[in-house]
Design a protein around this ligand. Structure first.
Ligand code: IVH
Length: 711
């Protein structure tokens, strides 16, 4: 979602008058100094790193344009004030995962049923799960080599975290050495947190010292761990609970429960409430008990976690998009709070959607300070739901209203009610803008042929001329799952766009070192690194390339499907361009791809039907070469093959077979055709087996499959 708001629309540096530049530099100097103070001295940042960097970039851009106006107290003259990248990065040997959520009993039963189905467990076979509190802190990974703590890192994005070893060493709960006999390499993972008592004492001291207080234990713990000076971390008492592990040279146990007990024996604190359960009822009982105990635990928890106990089963269940299939977080009920809605602002996203956002008087809901809540669309503000049904009893939302805000799990806070008695006299109904606040183009609600109604989303029709859409598209283009150019993140793209260095994706590949010289934060080496990182991306896997184009409905999965089907960008482009020109067969080809439907086919067709997209593709393809999609496991004997499973399988479920084949780089299809490379047939296989015989496709049984893939 766009971060830029209508009210802080920025004027291009080229368009500033000298007087405006003077005023803006003064404002920036003051604002950046205030942020620095909050960040460095008080550990209470009030803006994101991205927003902070954008301010500094803006300051630098104006200074570059008006060098005679540089202030004596300019932020560009102060050193070391860069909040991000202060710690060395650490690549986790084993990724640090997150958890899927369950919010009610039905979600929990579904989770258990899914696990059982996946594993094909007979009804009479028990399934043990561990249950433990979900600590509301931040996770850390501790690496021990030959029993000695050598590195401690934050989770980061799960793949790469920050090296905070010195700070973690200040935590009394974390042993420096492990007992004799532990495996050579041990990575212990768990949660760093602050107790209520320590938080209260720290706040009392702080109030005395500075007249200010910290917001909540979790943020305070996070801030403490990211201190550059470990002495400051040591002043903020932190604790640790171990509940997981990363790389282990030897696995000392066979179940989750025993593993955690082992971590306890090695000297790590483990949550004493953890237990083993054998049924959904027991899990739910544990949840209720823990929720009741919540207030008296002495530390914040936000739910409980269930994990399949047997580690061999965990292994079989595997991971889907960074979440283990074998674990789930059962969250506590949503927490609510009352506050005042001060204003409604409009953000413009990549696809031009105008999203209204409620700016709230800051309020703590379930331990988190909430200042924004999504209002979704204009009907939602009016009290009308997606299917035309009333929401909040049909009450509309107005600036000045006292509202009830709810936060459930990690979802965006919602406004669940309006207290009409407290509505200020004269509060006016919100009038949704009919023009895009970023570019002034008409904003319209399209007719949705599927529902026969107007779309609930109002979209800017400005397309390429809308700066908000352009920036959001560029951010998407360089995102982690798309071009992922090191050193060119969302904030840099935004700044480069503002300064007219990059307007279209292809411009990225025409950036030259000279264009970056003299920019704030860019020295010879960082310029060299960025140019090199861009060069490295001139070759990019086809699926990432397709994904990066930002075609509606084409995320990672659909991009893979298209890449796999067409094999080359030329083939996709040819088919989609023909489809856009009305060629029914071409449209049917896209529509007919396994997993792709008419909505996606339509979106692809529309994209290639736009002349300006074709022009940009020409420019982009002058710079970039899409390479064949990398199979998930390129060296597996089934990589790149199309496999069909048929008949009943005995050693694995159908889902499991599919997941396994895909992990090995194969494409799994539901039907046998001339494109099928391999059929794995179990007992009872019928027509598919016959068809394979007719087409001369290789057929093997389940045992042969395991032999072939080395399972
Ligand atoms: S297990 C696969 N267990 O919750 C293992 N996580 O929402 C993944 N957390 O990133 C984590 N208490 O920071 C696990 N008992 C617990 C936990 C726990 C807190 C945190 C952890 C994780 C997040 C996922």
């Amino acid at each position: 979602m766009a971060k830029r708001r209508s009210k802080d629309k920025v004027k291009a540096v080229d368009d500033l008058t000298e007087n405006e530049a003077v005023a803006e530099l003064a404002r920036l100097a003051e604002e950046i100094a205030a942020h620095d103070q909050r960040y460095y001295q008080e550990d209470r940042p009030s803006v994101s790193d991205a927003d902070y960097d954008a301010l500094r970039q803006r300051n630098a851009a104006i200074e570059a344009h008006f060098p005679h106006l540089v202030r004596a107290d300019s932020p560009s003259k102060r050193v070391g004030a860069k909040p991000s990248g202060r710690f060395k990065k650490v690549r986790h040997a084993v990724p640090m995962l997150s958890l899927g959520n369950a919010f009610n009993e039905a979600n929990v039963s579904d989770f258990v049923a899914r696990v059982r189905r996946f594993l094909k467990l007979p009804e009479d076979e028990g399934l043990a799960l561990t249950a433990e509190p979900k600590i509301d802190g931040l996770s850390a990974s501790l690496r021990y080599e030959s029993g000695v703590l050598v590195q401690g890192a934050t989770r980061g994005d799960g793949t790469e975290g920050e090296d905070v070893t010195a700070n973690l060493r200040t935590i009394g709960d974390i042993p420096e050495r492990l007992p004799k006999g532990v495996p050579d390499i041990v990575e212990v993972r768990g949660e760093v947190y602050m107790t209520h008592a320590d938080f209260a004492a720290l706040n009392a001291r702080e109030a005395e010292r500075s007249g200010r207080t910290f917001v909540n234990p979790r943020n305070t713990a996070a801030g403490a761990l990211r201190q550059l000076d470990p002495a400051i971390t040591a002043e903020r008492p932190l604790h640790f609970f171990a509940y997981a592990w990363g790389e282990m040279s030897v696995m000392p146990a066979e179940t989750q429960f025993e593993m955690v007990q082992r971590l306890g024996a090695w000297g790590f604190p483990i949550d004493p409430r953890m237990r083993r359960c054998m049924s959904v009822e027991e899990l739910i009982a544990f949840h209720s008990e823990t929720e009741e105990a919540r207030a008296s635990l002495g530390y914040d928890i936000d739910g409980v976690v269930y994990k399949v106990d047997r580690l061999d089963l965990q292994e079989r269940l595997g991971i889907v998009s960074r979440e283990p299939r074998w674990a789930v977080a059962h969250k506590f009920a949503a927490e609510k709070a009352t506050t005042v809605l001060e204003a409604i602002e409009i953000q413009v996203g990549r696809t031009g959607a105008l999203t209204p956002v409620a700016k709230l008087r800051p309020v703590t809901v379930g331990g988190v300070v909430v200042q924004n809540a999504s209002l979704h669309n204009e009907d939602y503000i009016k009290g009308i739901g997606n299917d035309g049904e009333p929401i909040r009893d049909g009450k509309d939302v107005r600036a000045g209203d006292t509202v009830i805000v709810q936060r459930a799990g990690d979802v965006i806070p919602q406004i669940v009610d309006v207290i009409l008695d407290k509505r200020p006299r004269g509060a006016k109904r919100y009038v949704f803008p009919q023009k895009c606040p970023e570019c002034g183009s008409d904003a319209v609600r399209e007719h949705n042929p599927k529902t026969g109604r107007e779309d609930s989303v109002r979209r800017c029709t400005g397309g390429l001329i809308c700066p908000a859409q352009a920036v959001e598209r560029l951010r998407y283009f360089v995102g982690r799952d798309t071009f992922d150019i090191e050193g060119l993140g969302a904030k840099q793209v935004e700044a480069f766009y503002r300064d007219s260095l990059i307007k279209h994706p292809s411009d990225i590949f025409r950036l030259k070192a000279e264009m970056l010289e003299g920019r704030e934060g860019y020295k010879e080496t960082s310029i060299g690194n960025l140019i090199r990182a861009i060069e490295e991306r001139r070759q990019i896997e086809l699926n990432r390339f397709i994904h990066a184009l930002g075609i509606r409905h084409i995320g990672e999965i659909n991009a893979r499907l298209l890449a796999r089907h067409f094999g080359s960008f030329e083939a996709l482009r040819a088919a989609a361009t023909r489809a856009a020109a009305g060629d029914e067969d071409a449209l049917a080809e896209i529509d007919g791809i396994d997993g792709v439907g008419p909505v996606v086919a339509e979106a692809v067709t529309q994209f290639f039907g736009e002349a300006h997209n074709q022009e940009e593709l020409d420019r982009l393809l002058d710079e970039v070469t899409p390479t064949p999609m990398e199979a998930v496991a390129g060296d597996s004997p089934v990589a790149g093959k199309t496999v069909v499973f048929t008949g009943s399988l005995e050693r694995m479920t159908r889902d499991e077979a599919k997941a396994m084949a895909e992990r090995l780089g194969a494409k799994v299809s539901g039907s046998v055709s001339a494109k099928t490379d391999l059929v794995v047939a179990g007992p009872g296989a019928g027509s598919k087996l016959k068809k394979a015989g007719e087409l001369g496709v290789e057929v093997i049984d389940e045992d042969a499959w395991f032999e072939r893939v080395g399972g």
